[in-house]
Design a protein around this ligand. Structure first.
Ligand code: NAD
Length: 333
């Protein structure tokens, strides 16, 4: 039976990486019926919003979506479609694995960690206002419910993936009430998982330790903003945004998307790395229980990287987006 999946190409480089990922996934043998829905700024004249209701309806109906990046105006304009989607669909857990891959030239070996980022609150609640002309205020929301839920998610993921340690990352020395509550919840939930080592770390120290010895970390769990920043750092440890996949998981639905954004300066040039999107597709197939096609794609990606002949510019090669997808498809045949 076919899986119905919502495909959101997004904008900027989104459509080209979505096309590449769709071709690779279809070639893996899995039976997927794609429902393609458009989003973004271009829709505003027609629908009055960059996120028309039909997008949310499609995801709610199909329960699974593969999504390309969507541009957010800086400093003004409409609210981030990405943040709105996560909040509207209650996609409370953002999962971003960072793993050393063969053939990718990086400073580190043996990195294999997962960043679990709380996705619905913190400074991303979007509650900010100007105080007169010369000041502005943003409100940081941390709740017991969301904190316990995300830490439990991180421990469950650790158990499921056979991982040994969860590190809760915070700044509770300064934000004693907000991050203090997050840490209190993390310690409480950790008590329910005696089989998994728990530690906590202040976010600045965490960044230093990650660049010194990333192989010492396994699962990191963080409030929203630190999670956003630290997950890009972790992507940098293993080869950059071009290879960093992600998933937004809720109780009822899941949306899979690369960590990177719409990279507007590369849009339409067929040169961006499609791997982050393809590997997000692999995570999606695992979520759907399609482990064989997922493994087939992952092995083909590793084979292309090991061979080192068809790599995009960010990995030191000169292959195009579509050539890299072709190379992965040919390794599956
Ligand atoms: P970005 O991730 O789009 O790009 C930053 C740089 O990283 C690019 O210029 C490029 O050099 C490199 N890069 C990114 N993806 C790559 C890939 N697949 N292959 C090779 N190199 C790659 O970040 P930005 O420029 O800060 O953001 C652009 C827009 O994307 C903004 O509007 C931002 O709000 C949005 N954004 C969207 C999402 C999302 O949809 N989930 C996430 C992050 C940023």
């Amino acid at each position: 039976m076919a899986h119905k999946v919502t495909l959101i190409p997004g904008d900027g480089v989104g459509p080209e990486i979505a096309r590449a990922a769709r071709r690779v996934i279809d070639a893996s043998g899995v039976n997927i019926e794609w429902e393609v829905v458009e989003t973004g700024e271009a829709l505003i004249p027609r629908y009055g919003t960059p996120l028309p209701e039909y997008v949310l309806e499609s995801i709610r109906r199909n329960r699974v979506a593969l999504k390309g990046p969507i541009t957010t105006p800086v400093g003004g304009g409409f609210r981030s479609v990405n943040v709105t989607l996560r909040q509207e669909l209650n996609l409370y857990a953002n999962v971003r694995p960072a793993r050393t891959m063969p053939g990718i030239n990086t400073r580190y070996q043996n990195v294999d960690l997962v960043v679990v980022r709380e996705n619905t609150e913190d400074l991303y609640a979007g509650i900010e206002h100007r105080v007169g002309d010369d000041a502005a205020e943003s409100i940081k929301i941390i709740t017991r419910r969301a904190s316990e839920r995300i830490v439990r998610f991180a421990f469950d993921l650790a158990r499921k993936q056979g991982r040994k340690k969860v590190t809760a990352v915070h700044k509770a020395n300064i934000m004693k009430l907000t991050d203090g509550l997050f840490l209190e919840c993390a310690r409480k939930v950790a008590g329910e998982y005696p089989d998994i080592v728990f530690e906590d770390m202040i976010v600045d120290a965490m960044c230093m330790k990650l660049v010194q010895s990333p192989e010492n970390y396994d699962v990191l769990v963080l409030p929203n903003l630190y999670g956003d920043i630290v997950s890009d750092l972790c992507a940098g440890l293993v080869g950059g945004l071009g290879i960093a996949p992600g998933a937004n998981i809720g109780r009822d639905v899941a949306v899979f998307e690369p960590v990177h954004g719409s990279a507007p300066k590369h849009a339409g040039k067929n040169r961006i790395n499609p791997l982050a999107m393809i590997l997000s597709g692999v995570m999606m197939l695992q979520h759907l229980g399609e482990n064989e096609p997922a493994e087939r794609i992952y092995s083909a990606v590793l084979a292309v990287l090991r061979e080192g002949k068809t790599l995009t510019y960010d990995l030191g090669g000169s292959a195009s987006t579509s050539e890299m997808a072709d190379a992965i498809i040919s390794k599956m045949q």
